[in-house]
Design a binder for this molecule. Structure first.
Ligand code: GLC
Length: 410
């Protein structure tokens, strides 16, 4: 494993350096030079997690670039066009950034950096940004105070054309990427009519509470408690802890049925019963009991009819009508998804499937290269080249070999 880790580290650093950009005094990493020439929110959180192992200062710069464009209301945009290229040409309602967000991995990334160098100053600088961002999600994205965070556009989930959004978008399980894109562009036009006013957008155009977004939120609130504690902010820590409990409770009340969490749509939380990898992300947020986790893994993850195929984990269950092994977020294996599930399995001590996911992830990037996604049936890579997410395998290997618990800090 030592040599494998060395080779992956070398290739990852090479890509992270090649994809590194400096603009206006900020430093950030683009996910792929040919396909994704901007800075993306959750991508940069992944980059920071990886960079924290090599150079925490670079990891901090990545995060500081992100928050430099935080909106006044606390939102952090999912794209920052530092140097406007001509690859994506969409009007997201603002100059210089998009007007939507992405899964809130920010607190987690900040904590990963802090775990490496214990730089309290950086926590102090970051805290107001974090406070503002997570409070924005708790208010604007939950105007009814039901403790579930809403997204106003599928792209906010990070899984642009996932079949979880077919019903809310009024699309059948099988359709072309072109049809999907058209429907999402129409939604952007609708979002623009109200200047991306989130409560209005949700009520009128796209009203979805997504499981991964909320599970990631819960895990990040847990981390925010640790950050507030480190800074001696006892009241804030208690407050975030309370919110973490409330969102967890609401997820169980409104999304959970027969052992699975489902994303919901509409005013009355109708469950979207499409089986995607999202059923596993509650493991990442430790929302399941040990027994529930073991059942979930045995019945679904290790089920060859659903997820346990040659190169797991497919983003959509193999037996879903929408499954397409080459269909962007409709089947291919993505390394970040594998990372979330891997981390979740470790939370429950389920090291055997975790190790298998780590090994197949390694196999995918060593055989097919640092591609955006991989066919789960034959491992063939597709989408963007020199895509940074493959580097998350480093964190898998390191956390598998020497789990760094929160306890080691305190
Ligand atoms: C694609 C992905 C999204 C990612 C972006 C940049 O749009 O769906 O999750 O953030 O590319 O890598």
């Amino acid at each position: 494993m030592d040599q494998i880790l060395k080779d992956i580290e070398q290739k990852s650093l090479e890509i992270l350096l090649t994809n590194r950009r400096q603009t206006d005094g900020f430093q950030y990493t683009i996910p792929s030079p040919q396909t994704y020439p901007y800075q993306w929110l959750w991508d940069s959180c992944f980059h920071a997690i990886i960079l924290s192992y090599f150079n925490p200062e670079d990891a901090k710069k990545e995060i500081l670039a992100l928050v430099s464009k935080q909106f006044e209301n606390g939102m952090i945009p999912h794209m920052i066009y530092w140097q406007k290229g001509d690859v994506i040409n969409l009007n997201w309602g603002k100059d210089g950034t998009s007007s939507i967000t992405q899964p809130p991995m920010l607190a987690y990334a900040v904590w990963e950096i802090f775990k490496k160098d214990h730089d309290k100053k950086f926590l102090e600088v970051m805290y107001p940004h974090l406070y503002h961002f997570y409070n924005y999600l708790l208010t604007d994205r939950d105007p009814r105070k039901n403790y579930l965070i809403g997204i106003i556009n599928p792209d906010e989930s990070g899984e642009d054309n996932s079949p979880r959004f077919d019903i809310p978008l009024g699309l059948p399980p099988q359709h072309t990427l072109d049809e999907n894109t058209k429907r999402r562009y129409k939604l952007i036009d609708e979002n623009l009519t109200c200047n991306f006013d989130a409560p209005f957008c949700m009520k009128n155009f796209f009203w979805v509470k997504d499981v991964p977004f909320n599970a990631i939120f819960v895990e990040n609130l847990r981390v925010l408690v640790l950050i507030a504690d480190q800074l001696g902010l006892k009241d804030d820590a208690l407050n975030f802890q309370q919110q973490q409990l409330e969102v967890t409770k609401a997820m169980r009340e409104k999304m959970f049925e027969d052992g699975l969490f489902w994303s919901t749509y509409g005013e009355d939380y109708k469950k979207i019963k499409v089986v995607t990898w999202a059923i596993f992300i509650p493991l990442f947020a430790k929302i399941l009991s040990q027994e529930e986790a073991v059942d979930l893994v045995n019945n679904h993850l290790l089920n060859p009819d659903e997820f346990w195929c040659e190169f797991p984990i497919p983003t959509v269950a193999l037996n879903e009508p929408s499954f397409d092994p080459e269909g962007f977020w409709r089947g291919p294996t993505w390394i970040a998804v594998n990372w979330f599930i891997f981390k979740g399995l470790l939370n429950y001590g389920l090291t055997e499937p975790a190790e298998k996911i780590m090994r197949t992830s390694i196999e995918l990037i060593t055989q097919s290269g640092f591609r955006e996604q991989f066919n789960p049936l034959n491992g063939k890579g597709s989408g963007a080249y020199d895509f940074t997410w493959g580097a998350l395998v480093i964190d898998m290997i390191k956390s598998f070999e020497t789990p760094i618990g929160e306890k080691s800090l305190i």
